[in-house]
Design a protein. Structure first.
Length: 462
């Protein structure tokens, strides 16, 4: 005799916590044909298992809006789920705005004209080595100092050319001015000051409205006596907003925010750990620096994802060659793995050790290397730091200026803060007004209709 399946009573249903957000709410079931939502849940919450089938309405709505931000499916050309979700999905950021017509200057250790910045349209308007007495060459040479600035620019404004649009920056149509102010070994305060002076002298010529600074000075100095902070204030008066990374010292005793992030008019961006998930579940702190500053100012004003960020690998480097080779191996049928390894003789001990091993052992070595090197296919890796949270905020500032070209730096800053969402369980001094909210920003700019409370497509009440 078959057992009678147990049903959940309405009273029990009301007491059931949502497996994603843990809030006690009525749960709804995903329809069987909602494959896009199921895939996103499987990628973001693999530990939930069958519990993924029933979520609260709020989480399902967030899931559906996150899925709508994805131009392609969540699998690569081999059918594997992406290891890192695109920022557009995690922030539920659709493509109504893309920074078109806005120029962003970047101060960094160096840069590289990555395909995500050059295709389908070249958007690097100018490159300058500000500490040289004469203009430097275009940053096409491969140098270790190029890596950091290449990543910050692509996180902000990359087209996603090498990822089928998946890892597109939120300001994928913005124009860029690249200012080299140091090296990978060190960026001195004098370099940051020189870069900001260059912007002050040339912002009208290139139409620069935003400056992204993912580097900082050495010591806290009162802003009225700090030439870097004074330049930030001057630029704000001239219509240029400076967006700064807060720093990564939140876990240290000396966690103060320093210049240029300590300037009153700077939009200072801290970090948070979204767990590589689409704004769902509980917030996790990130070790970003926070105030008060030496002047008693509350910093940061906002936070953005600072970990699990997809960024490009510097082309024509050993790291890039390894990533491409591992991607090639991953695509091969089992019988070709060992012969290809032996023929290539790639100088990587982990691979050399398994040249004659079984396909299962070789594939385990491939996966181990990809995890260890934080690789996402052959062209990207995932990185962390407020250096990458700041470009996300810069991209959203570009959204505001695309929609409202006459907005002042103060108005742009205030709008991003007004649209931010405070994070539960995170101290106010660590997050300011909260995490950036692209959909709220779009609604505030009149580019997105108010979300309706009705269940989204792919959801059925139970």
């Amino acid at each position: 005799m078959n057992a009678i399946p147990r049903t959940t009573s309405p009273m029990e249903e009301a007491r059931t916590p949502c497996p994603v957000c843990s809030r006690v709410r009525p749960l709804r079931a995903l329809e069987a044909n909602a494959s896009g939502l199921q895939e996103l849940l499987q990628q973001a919450f693999p530990e939930l298992g069958d519990a993924r089938e029933r979520l609260c309405a709020s989480c399902i709505e967030q899931l559906a809006s996150a899925r709508s931000a994805l131009p392609e499916d969540l699998r690569d050309e081999r059918g594997k789920l992406l290891p890192i979700l695109p920022l557009a999905v995690r922030l539920r950021a659709t493509t109504e705005l893309s920074g078109r017509g806005v120029t962003i200057a970047f101060l960094d250790s160096g840069f590289f004209p990555h395909p995500d910045l050059e295709k389908p349209r070249a958007r690097i308007r100018h490159y300058e080595e500000v500490l040289r007495t004469s203009p430097g060459p275009h940053p096409a040479r491969v140098d270790v100092s190029s890596w950091h600035g290449m990543m910050t620019t692509v996180v902000c404004a990359g087209s996603g050319h090498l990822s089928r649009g998946l890892y597109r920056g939120l300001a994928s149509e913005a124009e860029l001015v690249l200012l080299k102010v140091g090296t990978a070994r060190r960026i001195r305060p004098q370099g940051i000051e020189a870069g900001l002076r260059w912007v002050r002298a040339n912002h009208a010529r290139f139409g620069i409205r935003i400056v992204n600074v993912s580097c900082g000075a050495d010591q806290p100095i009162p802003w009225r006596r700090d030439p870097i902070c004074l330049l930030v204030e001057e630029l704000a008066r001239e219509g240029v907003l400076v967006v700064c990374a807060a720093g990564n010292r939140g876990h240290e005793t000396r966690h103060q925010v320093i210049a240029p992030a300590s300037a009153p008019s700077a939009l200072t961006v801290g970090g948070w750990n979204d767990g590589n998930r689409p704004g769902m579940g509980r917030a996790r702190p990130y070790h970003s620096s926070y105030g008060p500053t030496i002047d008693g100012l509350a910093k940061p004003e906002i936070v953005a994802p600072a970990i699990w960020i997809a960024a490009p690998i510097l082309p024509r480097t050993v790291s890039h060659e390894l990533a491409l080779f591992l991607e090639e191996l991953d695509r091969l049928p089992d019988e070709k793995l060992a012969p290809t390894l032996r023929a290539a003789r790639f100088p990587e001990p982990t691979l050399t050790a398994v040249e004659s091993a079984s396909p299962a052992v070789i594939r385990a070595a491939i996966a181990s290397l990809q995890r260890e090197r934080k690789l996402i296919g052959g062209h990207y890796q995932h990185v962390d730091g407020t250096s990458f949270a700041a470009p996300i905020a810069s991209a959203l500032c570009a959204w505001v200026l695309e929609a409202r070209p006459s907005a002042s730096p103060r108005e742009v800053k205030e709008l991003l803060c007004a649209c931010a969402q405070p994070l539960e369980g995170l101290a106010p001094e660590r997050q300011g007004f909260g995490v950036v909210q692209p959909r709220r920003l779009l609604r505030a700019l009149g580019r997105l209709e108010e979300e309706r409370p009705a269940p989204p497509t792919g959801v059925s009440a139970s």
